[in-house]
Design a protein around this ligand. Sequence first.
Ligand code: BES
Ligand code: ZN
Ligand code: ZN
Length: 491
Amino acid sequence: MKLSVINSNNILWKTNQLFIVLADKNNLSPFLKKWQNFTGNHINQIIENSNFSFAFSQSILLRSSKTSLMLLGHGSKQRSNLDYEKLGGILFSKIDKLEFKKITILCNLKISGKKESLILSKLLFGFKLKSYSFLKYKEKKKEDLLKIENINIVAKEKKTLLPLLNLNNDIISGIFFSKDLTFEPPNFLTPVEFVNQITSLKEFGIEIEVLNEKQMNDLGMYALLGVGQGSSKKSYLVIMKWNGKPSSKNNMAFVGKGVCFDSGGLSLKTSRGMIDMKEDMGGAGIVVGAMKAIALQKLKKNVIGVVGLVENMPSSNAQRPGDIVKSMSGKTIEILNTDAEGRLVLADALYYTIKNFKPDFVIDLATLTGAIISALGKERAGLFSNDENLSQTIFQIGEKIENLVWKMPMDKIYGQNMLSKIADLKNIGSVAGSSIQAAAFLENFVGKTPWAHLDVAGVVWCDQKSDTHSGGATGWGVRLLFEIAKNKYRF
Ligand code: BES
Ligand code: ZN
Ligand code: ZN
């Protein structure tokens, strides 16, 4: 889809295309009159004979042999940015079924050029989000299925619209990258292939460092290494560095769980429980997608992204329930369930990140527990934090962009369930409150650094469609991290 911004004098009347006009009842502008003169159709009459009332997201399609027109209702009420994003998604669904190669979108509202640019950019954000599909393994490719080739945006103020469209593109690139990774099957996206995918971000100026098993062994990362031990696939830790403000020592860190497939290990999952386990790298996918968006936008911040990439498999070499491993922090962990592996990966990834980069704050993202889905469903991620300020920031940004989270308790008592009789910690507690106990386990590895843990098990994948999502990997969290990086701390 090629996007061009034009002004109203440059509208190409002669071509067969679909004009989409966002309009309310009151001011059918000269544009509509022009269209009327051009096609000979009498819009008012057609509208009067229909049940189109200009209500928000309602539409009417006026087909003509010369060029066609879709009126998209705005209604008289003021709308939020999110409303416009959703409207963009709804618009995509409406016209995806039609055969138009060229479309022209314009606003017929009495608003300033600045406001118009904002509305158009939000509309296009939702439109693009909804256009995503993962067709790599289908015979019919995206190019065959997507009919729209050109989109013209008619804008009063090109100069305010263009940066907003650039921002859209960069965030969407990050979201789509993240979706692609989560959609990929686990026989393709093995840990080493995940490393290759991340390495492609070098071209955007991200520094990439890859630790292999030998290097992790030398660092004492036996908690992480123990998880990958049963798999024939090698484990990796990848560090991504975006140095957007070299003059500053401050930085923030995002850490992701990248279990490319979670069979449960010797504590094997049921076949039902295993079906979705390619998505167990979703936390790492969010971090990688956000790093891409951050680099594309060249944010003037220093951001570290770290992902632990492993495969959790049963084999004669696999970690056993009963094993005790030493983490990089020096704390020993009794493994009582090899399916509680994400926290083991994060224990070393978090400790490594904090020790090496001393970030101002760290956020980890992990598809950590099935219990968070029971608690919060597919709507919100669980938020656990030792820092009220950080947790408020995440919550508020999340509300704005609908990457929703919900704060969970972190009372000290939960941590006591994670103390082992014969090691410093054990990797499972009791069944009740297991998401909170998992977070309490992680807290042992972050020291005093402001830290938040997002349990994203419910939100990285959603089969249900929404206005801006067509089912599958959601891309949840990419924009959340991007906005946090952009807005938190003015260093
Ligand atoms: N990857 C799973 C959690 C998960 C479940 C993610 C469903 C997405 C959808 C995690 O490694 C796991 O198996 N957790 C166990 C922990 C338990 C053994 C304490 C769980 O949630 O059952
Ligand atoms: Zn597991
Ligand atoms: Zn897992």
